[in-house]
Write a protein that binds this ligand. Sequence first.
Ligand SMILES: *[C@@H]1O[C@H](CO)[C@@H](O)[C@H](O)[C@H]1NC(C)=O
Ligand SMILES: *[C@@H]1O[C@H](CO)[C@@H](O)[C@H](O)[C@H]1NC(C)=O
Length: 192
Amino acid sequence: MASLSNYLMLLAFVLATIIATISAEETLSQCGEHIGAYCGEQVIQRLKGTDETTMSTTCCYKLLQTGYPCHTRHTIYILENNPELKHANWTELFAKSDKIYHNCDVLTKPGTAEFVATCTENLGSECGIQVYNNLIHDKNITKDCCERLVKTGEACHVAMTKSLIRNPEMRNVDAIQLLNKNTQLFNYCLHV
Ligand SMILES: *[C@@H]1O[C@H](CO)[C@@H](O)[C@H](O)[C@H]1NC(C)=O
Ligand SMILES: *[C@@H]1O[C@H](CO)[C@@H](O)[C@H](O)[C@H]1NC(C)=O
């Protein structure tokens, strides 16, 4: 896993360097824009080594939603533009960048793929769609699906939502807000 992600990082770096020299500077800065100034600052502090802790939950989800290649491009963007980091050892900084992503991956992990798959199967696609529509489109869920959701259990409910939030297609949702909404839905279903 670690060596695979190192490999991917190296590949992304090479590609990004080629792209950058061809002039798609936006790609690098767009990744930065998506991560945003607040979480970008957290990344910078960890690259500089002034903060060794795992990034905040919000920023970790943001990183996962952004995806590994974009995180790497964002790191390149930081290295190219930060006077302190520009002339530091990039090999070491990329190792740090990899660790930042890895720590966030661990922090936001919904559980094993098998666990999430079992949860998804137990909930069923019909109720899965209803839960999704509740979380994303504020639609209500039927009594039947509520019962099924409760039967599936809260651990499953949380795992499925974490797994959903980590998806790059969800990159514009606020992870904490969605997790709170998720709890509300479960509590509502407990009392239907
Ligand atoms: C950069 O860091 C790596 C790993 O610590 C090391 O092997 C390499 O020699 C360093 N490069 C320079 C130019 O200092
Ligand atoms: C719809 O679902 C929400 C929970 O997400 C609940 O708070 C609300 O009362 C429900 N509305 C109706 C009309 O059932």
